[in-house]
Every structure is written in C-alpha cells, then in structure tokens.
Design a protein around this ligand. Sequence first.
Ligand code: ZN
Length: 210
Amino acid sequence: MKRHIFKLCSFLLLGAIVNVAVAWVFVAAPVEDTPYDGLTPDEVALWNRYAPKNYAQRPDETLVSCKNIAFEWSKMYADNNDGEDNHQEFAATEYGTFLWAGWPAKSLFGYHFICQRNNVIEDEVSHGILSLRGLNTAGRVHWYPAQPLCRGFLVDTIFYAALLWMLFAAPFHFRRHRRIKRGLCPACGYPIGSNEVCTECGAPLPVPPL
Ligand SMILES: [Zn+2]
C-alpha cells in the first residue's frame, strides 16, 4: 500500500514538472502578435479585477493579443488623467499585461501593471510573473506566468502523470497481470509450481485462486 502511494506521488510530482515545462516552453516560443480590435467583456473584467485602485476604471484598448495552443497573453492600456486636468498630454498611460500558459488547460497565470507619464515609470505592480531575461532569444516575451491556477494546474498535472504512467509503468503492470493469468511467475515469466516462491528467480508468488 505504502509503495503504491509513493508511486502515485512520484508520478504526480513528475506530472507537475512536465506541466510547468510544457507551459514555459510555449511561453518561450515566438508567437505572432495578432492586432486586436476592441475589448471583450472578459478582458475589461480582467482589467477591473486586477488593476491597482488608483488606475483607470477600465482599459481603452487591447494593444496586442497573442494566442497559441498553450500560451495566451493580452496587453491593454488606459489613459488616466487623474481628474486634475483634462489635457491628454498630462495623462498617465497605464498598461496591463496578462499571461496564461499551460496545456491542455491553462495552468499558470500572471499579470503586470505599469504606469507611465512622459516616458517615466511612475508605478509598477507585478504578480505571479517570473522575469527571466535572456532565455528567449526572440526578444519579445521575457515574462513567465508562475502562479498556479488551481483547477487547470490539477487537470494538467493529472494529465501528464497519467501519460507518464502509460509510457513507463503500464507496460510492466500489464505484463505482470498477463503472467499471473497464464500461471507464470510475474517477475521472470517462468512457470510456477506449487511453491510459495519462484523456483527460477526466488520472487514471492501470488496465492493461486482455488
Ligand atoms: Zn520467477
């Protein structure tokens, strides 16, 4: 029983590692920007949920939106004139970038907000973002989402753990099962007699059904 739990935990741990590896490989892969016209209600909701309190109430536009099978990101901006003056040139431009990664489900998330006025950074807020410079030679995306999304992370971890089990453990599991059914030693395939251990390899034998 203990051995089974250890095995299960090992496969889940490996599944989690593969899950993160797959997600980040897709983040590092160069993706084409798709110019995006108009914001979806989901994107507006995202901005409103995560933007710092002093930021604009809602974004004006999505600048870029990149999507591929395991990686997705949106970048939005808003001009916030703080209510002090109505001149557009004094407005602070606020950018919000949202990143997701993971396949088959989105398993990692992160976001970054930055406020600029006259090309000077006034404020920067980052959450769940791992900044690894130099890993991506395409030079575009340096940010890796690193906050696990509970359900997606679980789904992907189980998915990869099952895949690894099928690749590395299932063949042995089924061979053992087949040998027992045919009356052979599960360890070496030698025909079993009436002994408690295999006369060929010394492995303990399952009790034959009466
Ligand atoms: Zn044997």
